[in-house]
Design a protein around this ligand. Structure first.
Ligand SMILES: Nc1nc2c(c(=O)[nH]1)N[C@@H](CNc1ccc(C(=O)N[C@@H](CCC(=O)N[C@@H](CCC(=O)N[C@@H](CCC(=O)O)C(=O)O)C(=O)O)C(=O)O)cc1)CN2
Ligand code: MET
Ligand SMILES: [Zn+2]
Length: 776
């Protein structure tokens, strides 16, 4: 029974890669130094996995930014606009790579970055491959070879990992009309095969091809394409052992494809979908073959200790049907989505030993995989019996812990009534009342909440944590930042102000830290995109709000201005989605508990005199199940959780929500059902294309389509913004239109923020003038 791993966190256990990349981008270290740093992280990771006793260790799971982008470079899928960077120059690979990921704007060159989007239902973002008609691929990057050879030098023959060819195509986008990217498969395969042959020559025995798209709803054509692709690969590299990895969902009807692919090993995610084990073991094609089944039993998406008894049950079932030589043991998916190392959590005041004993991070998950394989083998079982007992005790300690269950919270959730989901009146009545109460001009201007999180602000928080700054001094500095931003917003003429979120480390972690039922880590970083990481807080028990969370700073901010100050909260679905969640109750129940906590916060803000309250739900789309059949159920409770959080206020109080980073067209009626008075939404990168959906559906409430992209330092011109606003006015009634950026400004610098917002105000004045002229 072999053990293997699908991928290890690449950021380094102390975020070494983040620091090195950001220093390189800032011109503070050389390319060679960045490459040296990266090599050290990779070698450390291989060593960690070898020491844990993992038999097949992955390589090429490392990336300087994103592994889908690595694949694009491997096969030379480099869009034309970057070719100027390659032509006639050598040693430009990393420059092109970063240009594709981040864009370039220097020395007269101005090239936009490629699009970035969510990786399945995770908070990880990948770079979307771009395809054109008759595109020819050719091998470009040697990264996969360099890493394989480097590990070999350490004495480790790794299992190189690649995004499989079919998923690579399916995850990308056609950049021109009139063709299907699937038609590019044959040519793409020639490059894959060349690479696989090279790896085989260099001594690779196994390769892992990730085909997570095998867990999605596929058309018949797409299913056939999987068969064709692997038939070709099989034929070209008969000597190489092929492992195809699926994860994040059930194989469902694709099981007929995945079990008959001409490969040596199929990996399945038994955490998300334990029932597929039975389906595969009943599949005569699979049983009769000599293929290996890799059991993904250790959860790569959460931080809870594995329940060995439960996993051993699954393993035994597979061994009984297939024999131990045809079973491998692994985490459910790449450990990219897990924090690195629980041993780094040493502060018992932050994470109590009792709760820490329930957890496993990436490094600990490796041990779990190895121990499970030893326990599943009668020859080694006895030597590991103690680990089984300890595991049993930990699982039992969590199951029966008094820390987890709070009857008041459970009772409150069961006492929720239908009317708790509804505002006092319908939107059209509320709109009239709010018009009167808030006295906002036509096309009100606002921002999404955060202003730049400068190094200074982050340093203040770091010093507070280290005890080098007192709470009082910290608060005084935050107050100063808020006041400064208010004065500035008043000066440039914004209508609905924000306080700037300077006091928040992150829009989810900040709330997690103040809710009971939550713990957080000191070092549990997980990559979100590129060098940006998040430290998801951990929900271990029933969630409750012991005290108001934002009233102090929002109240303070409102006291400093006569204008409207918007209260700023993160919504229940986003808090759920961006936390590590309980696996001992349905997500819906946890969402309702959080929703009640936010509801209390909303009503407290109202009592404190805040008249406009925004409840952000950027992750509502990301939480959507991967299979359409499961959508209705999710959307039902997700929308209700939002409504529950928002509906406790009077008609006069205006509820906003905000969404970004997703496609909303297919869930537009559910967004409408959230019944926020105003939605601000990312649209500028698609030039307001998104609005067609809002128009077709006749979205009834007020809406602020983002007028500029905040992900780039580029300052939009007044005319550009006017153009987008006019486009919006074609489909949105004037009285419903707001003016705002795409998203919060925390990742930006002040210089470009000030310039961009001034232009936004100037553009608004122009369209107001035009509208007034029309009335006269
Ligand atoms: N949770 C979450 N998911 C999200 C988003 C989001 O905002 N939050 N936005 C979307 C895009 N994703 C993003 C994810 C992260 C960041 C981001 O800026 N992350 C920061 C970390 C934010 C943070 O937690 N900061 C802490 C800790 C900062 C820190 O690094 N401190 C230093 C110490 C500082 C010093 O001594 O100089 C350290 O720990 O070493 C704080 O401000 O307090 C980063 O990687 O740089 C931005 C967007 C989608 N998903
Ligand atoms: C990822 S959505 C961000 C919303 C939040 N209020 C902010 O402005 O930062
Ligand atoms: Zn946003």
């Amino acid at each position: 029974m072999l053990t293997h791993n699908l991928g290890y966190p690449r950021i380094g256990s102390k975020r070494e890669l983040k620091r090195a990349s950001e220093q390189f981008w800032a011109g503070k270290i050389s390319k060679d130094e960045l490459i040296r740093n990266a090599r050290q992280i990779r070698r450390q990771n291989w060593q960690t996995q070898a020491e844990a006793g993992i038999e097949l260790i992955p390589s090429n799971d490392f990336s300087f930014y994103d592994h889908v982008l690595d694949t694009a470079l491997l096969v030379g899928a480099i869009p034309d606009r970057y070719h100027a960077l390659i032509d006639g120059k050598s040693n430009r690979e990393l420059d092109i790579f970063f240009a594709m990921a981040r864009g370039v704007q220097k020395d007269g060159i101005d090239i936009k970055a490629m699009e970035m989007t969510k990786w399945f239902d995770t908070n990880y973002h990948y770079i979307v491959p771009e395809f054109v008609k008759n595109q020819r691929f050719q091998r470009y990057s040697d990264k996969i070879i360099v890493e394989f050879e480097d590990a070999k030098q350490m004495g480790i023959v790794t299992k190189p990992v690649l995004v499989g060819p079919v998923s690579f195509l399916l995850l990308g986008k056609e950049k021109e009309a009139g063709f299907s990217r699937i038609s590019l498969l044959d040519n793409l395969l020639t490059v894959y095969i060349e690479v696989l042959e090279d790896l085989a020559l260099r001594g690779a025995t196994w390769v892992q091809l990730d085909e997570p798209c095998l867990t999605l709803d596929l058309t018949e054509d797409e299913q056939i394409v999987f068969q064709q692709a692997y038939a070709k690969i099989r034929k070209a590299v008969p000597e190489l052992k092929l492992l195809v990895a699926t994860y994040f969902e059930c194989s469902g009807e694709n099981i007929h494809v995945s079990t008959t692919l001409p490969i040596d090993c199929l990996h399945v995610d038994l955490v998300r979908c334990p029932s597929q084990l039975g389906d595969i073991l009943e599949n005569t094609d699979f049983i009769k073959s000599d293929k290996i089944l890799s059991l993904g039993v250790v959860d790569g998406r959460n931080i809870w200790k594995n329940d060995y008894t439960k996993s051993l049950g699954l393993i035994q079932k597979a061994v009984d049907a297939l024999g131990e030589d045809r079973v491998m043991i692994a985490p459910s998916c790449s450990l990219l989505h897990s924090p690195c190392d629980l041993d780094l959590e040493k502060n018992e005041e932050v994470l109590s030993p009792e709760i820490k004993n329930w957890m496993a991070f990436a490094k600990q998950k490796l041990d779990e995989v190895v121990i499970l394989s030893k326990l599943a083998d009668p020859k080694t079982f006895k030597d590991f019996a103690r680990q089984l007992t300890d595991n049993h005790l930990a699982i039992e300690s969590r199951r029966s812990s008094k820390l987890i269950h709070k009857s008041e919270v459970k009772n409150r959730v069961s006492a929720i009534k239908e009317k708790d989901f509804d505002r006092e009146s319908t939107f059209s009545i509320r709109q009239e009342i709010q018009l009167e109460a808030l006295k906002l001009p036509l096309f009100p201007t606002t921002t999404i909440g955060s202003f730049p999180q400068t190094d200074e602000v982050r340093q203040l928080r770091a010093n507070l944590k280290k005890g080098e700054l007192s709470q009082a001094d910290y608060d005084a500095k935050i107050a100063e930042a808020i006041e400064k931003s208010i004065t500035w917003q008043e000066e440039i003429g914004i209508d609905v102000l924000v306080h700037g979120e300077f006091e928040r480390n992150d829009m989810v972690e900040y709330f997690g830290e103040q809710l009971s039922g939550y713990v957080f880590t000191q070092n549990g970083w997980v990559q979100s995109y590129g060098s940006r990481c998040v430290k998801p807080p951990v929900i271990y028990g029933d969630v409750e709000r012991p005290n108001p969370m934002t009233v102090k700073w929002s109240g303070y901010a409102q006291s400093k201005t006569d204008k409207l100050m918007k209260g700023m909260l993160t919504g229940p679905v986003t808090i759920l989605q961006w936390s590590f969640v309980r696996d001992d109750q349905p997500r819906q129940t946890t969402a309702y508990q959080i929703a009640l906590a936010i509801r209390d916060e909303v009503t407290d803000l109202e009592k404190a005199g805040i008249k406009v309250i925004q409840i952000d739900e950027p992750a509502i789309r990301e939480g959507l199940p991967l299979r359409k059949a499961d959508w209705a159920n999710y959307l039902d409770w997700a929308v209700k959780a939002f409504r529950l959080s928002a509906a406790g206020v009077r008609n006069e109080t205006q509820i906003h929500t905000h969404m970004c980073y997703s496609e909303f067209n297919d869930i537009i009626q559910h967004i409408a059902a959230m019944d926020a008075d105003v939605i601000t939404i990312e649209t500028s990168r698609s030039q307001m294309e998104l609005l067609d959906a809002f128009a077709d559906f006749k979205y009834p409430n007020e809406i602020g389509p983002g007028v500029y992209d905040i992900h780039s330092p580029r300052v939009p011109s007044i005319d550009e913004i006017v153009f987008l606003l006019e486009k919006a006015l074609n489909v949105i009634p004037a009285r419903n239109l707001w003016v705002n950026p795409d998203c919060g400004l925390k990742t930006r610098h002040w210089a470009e923020t000030e310039a961009a917002l001034k232009n936004m105000i100037a553009a608004t004045e122009k369209i107001r003038e035009a509208a007034n002229a029309e009335i006269i």
